[in-house]
Design a protein around this ligand. Structure first.
Ligand code: SF4
Length: 366
């Protein structure tokens, strides 16, 4: 067995696929091509918002047109894309379209991997390879793990290898994972084992199967890691991805990449990739007064952004639209006393670094 390396999040591996290497840099866009899926895995983590619905998302952005996908990839400086679902291959033409679109737009070096719970035929795999798919990760159902060699998955896996696609298996850690480790070692493919995780949608199913939480501060299922260690002992080219990893590394690095592109001069970018700024909001007359106070205090225009203010004349009432001022937080701290005359609401905001990004914290200043 090759030497294992472990990181601070509890993940360990003796092999990392190209797709995983880019994921570790936070450089992979997640392209969710459909929420439809013919399987009904008890551990399925899909949210109610996406599961069973034919929706498309690039990271968290809802996709209506190709430009939504391209813009999201540019926003995070993506070096690659992971295509997921649901079951992506229920929409083969859609997958082929996105593989071609991403390769044409970002070049052949934009690395694309695909997850599937199906065992696609030669024609499908050949079309995927021709479109430029770099890596495929099979997710066979647990009841086939023991006899995988005699299942349609073994045929599909060998066909994918012959088509020149980097091939592996990716499943949550469940009993029987060591059978997959043996199969993977014999076939010369990689095995990604994801720590089994509780989510809002799968908690009932996991409880019914006898799983419990590892601890009060983790979503990981108790014992998952032990099973992965046993699998590692009998196979090689294995990567165990801990439940902590996605939050601690993947998301943080992706947010940092986005912040590098989107942060304004006055935003403070935190080490978690969120941004912090000050916010002034209120009635139109209060905000106009606030603008005047900021001018009087000599706040440079590059330290603030006025948002939502109507400038043109429109229907009656249009000019009454509320607006707000986003401003360097340290400037707001300095001038907040002077702004008290405005009767406007002042706060410090920490949020994800894109328009409409999740607000992590709001600290009122008065
Ligand atoms: S194959 Fe994936 S998407 Fe489909 S039910 Fe299983 S875990 Fe959910």
């Amino acid at each position: 067995m090759k030497k294992l390396t472990e990181d601070e999040t509890g993940s360990f591996q003796n092999y990392l696929s190209e797709g995983c290497k880019l994921c570790q840099q936070g450089a992979k866009m997640v392209l969710f091509v459909t929420g439809l899926c013919p399987r009904n895995c008890f551990y399925c983590p899909l949210s109610g918002e996406r599961g069973g619905k034919d929706l498309i998302f690039a990271n968290e952005r809802s996709v209506k047109t190709d430009s939504d996908v391209i813009e999201e990839a540019k926003l995070m400086d993506a070096l690659g894309t992971g295509i997921t679902g649901g079951e992506p291959l229920l929409k083969v033409e859609r997958v082929l379209h996105y593989v071609r679109l991403l390769k044409v737009t970002f070049g052949q070096e934009h690395h694309i991997h695909l997850y599937t719970s199906l065992a696609p035929d030669r024609e499908t795999l050949s079309a995927l390879a021709e479109a430029g798919l770099d890596e495929i990760r099979f997710h066979p159902p647990q009841n086939l793990w023991e006899g995988l060699e005699n299942s349609p998955y073994a045929v599909s896996i060998r066909t994918a290898i012959n088509q020149g696609i980097a091939t592996g298996i990716e499943v949550p850690v469940l009993q029987g994972a060591e059978k997959l480790a043996l199969f993977a070692a014999e076939t010369g493919i990689f095995l990604n084992l994801n720590e089994l995780e509780f989510s809002e949608t799968n908690a009932k199913g996991l409880n019914e199967q006898g799983f419990s939480l590892e601890s009060d501060i983790s979503n990981a299922a108790f014992g998952s890691r032990k099973v992965a260690e046993a699998a590692c002992a009998v196979g090689d080219m294995i990567h165990f991805c801990s439940s902590n990893y996605k939050d601690a590394v993947q998301l943080r690095k992706r947010l940092l990449r986005i912040a590098g592109n989107t942060a304004r001069e006055f935003d403070e970018v935190t080490e978690d990739g969120t941004i912090i700024y000050g916010l002034i909001e209120g009635e139109v007359q209060d905000m106009e007064l606030a603008e005047a106070v900021l001018k009087e205090q000599g706040v440079p225009p590059e330290f603030l952004e006025v948002k939502g203010k109507k400038t043109g004349k429109g229907r009656a009432g249009e000019a009454e639209q509320e607006f707000c001022i986003e401003i360097a937080w340290w400037v707001l701290e300095e001038v907040k006393k002077e702004l008290l005359v405005c009767n406007a609401k002042m706060s410090l905001i920490e949020r994800y670094p894109f328009e409409g990004g999740l607000v992590v914290e709001v600290i009122p200043l008065k």
